[in-house]
Ligand binder design. Structure first.
Ligand code: 1GP
Length: 247
């Protein structure tokens, strides 16, 4: 089954899907293997692999190590056109639609596209929206773009509608890794009321209760990264909080 279909089927079964972000710059080889194993055992729906810089490891080796540790789909979450691996199952083909930097709207995509096609990686076209989150985030700095104001729901909705009309498969409301404040519930609900495509929400979600609130507000997929690096024991609680339904 294609990765996108697998994600949709997880969302339909459980009410929402839970994705764990593995950052190769933050975990060493044995830590990331252990985390991937536990994600496979605890019922996570897929793994995202990505970072803003990619300083430590070759992505091919990281993806192969993760795939040897679990059967979950491994989806690239790239910070640039260099962040590719032929061993990944899919890539969130992110267009940073909240910004006005042409490199992150289309430029990096053009550089990566021939390789994505040659490697046969499934591309998931994603409208990536950076939302103001109380601090200066790595994505904001690296992309040279301003985030959307966190209290302007109409602006967020207009961006999400544009993504849907452009044929993107989903929107990703991103507060930024390690954000002080996650994406507001009211913004998620507002976007939910305006678009039919799935909504991924991530950045600054540090507790299962907060993850549940985001799902109840209308998120279809929740992404967490940092919190599990700090406290891996929370994994099963996050799975239960995000999976509203247990079939
Ligand atoms: C970042 O949304 C992800 O792109 C995860 O963020 O590390 O803050 O959970 P955290």
């Amino acid at each position: 089954m294609a990765v996108w279909e697998r994600l949709i089927s997880a969302k339909e079964r459980f009410g929402a899907g839970y994705l764990v972000l593995i950052d190769p710059d933050k975990l060493d080889r044995s830590q990331l293997i252990r985390l991937a194993e536990r994600c496979g055992e605890e019922g996570v729906d897929a793994l995202l692999v990505g970072t803003s810089f990619l300083m430590n490891e070759l992505l091919d080796e990281v993806v192969r190590a993760i795939k040897s540790a679990c059967d979950l789909p491994v989806i690239l979450f790239p910070g640039s056109s260099h962040h590719l691996s032929r061993y990944a199952d899919a890539i969130l083909f992110l267009s940073l639609i909240s910004g006005r930097n042409p490199e992150f709207l289309i430029g990096e995509h053009v550089k990566a596209a021939p390789f994505i096609k040659r490697f046969g990686i499934e591309a998931i076209p994603t409208g990536y929206m950076l939302i103001e989150s109380g601090s200066y985030t790595s994505v904001e700095f690296m992309s040279g773009t301003r985030p959307l104001p966190r209290d302007k729901y109409d602006i967020a909705c207009a961006h999400a509608i544009a993504a849907e009309l452009l044929g993107m498969k989903c929107v990703y409301l991103e507060a930024g890794s390690g954000a002080k404040l996650p994406v507001p519930n009211e913004m998620i609900s507002a976007v939910r009321s305006q678009v039919g495509i799935p909504i991924i929400v991530g950045g600054g979600i540090r507790s299962p209760d907060v993850a549940r609130e985001k799902v109840e507000a209308g998120a279809d997929f929740i992404v967490t990264g940092n919190v599990l690096e700090e406290d891996p024991k929370l994994l099963s609680e996050f799975v239960s909080a995000v999976h509203l339904r247990r079939p």
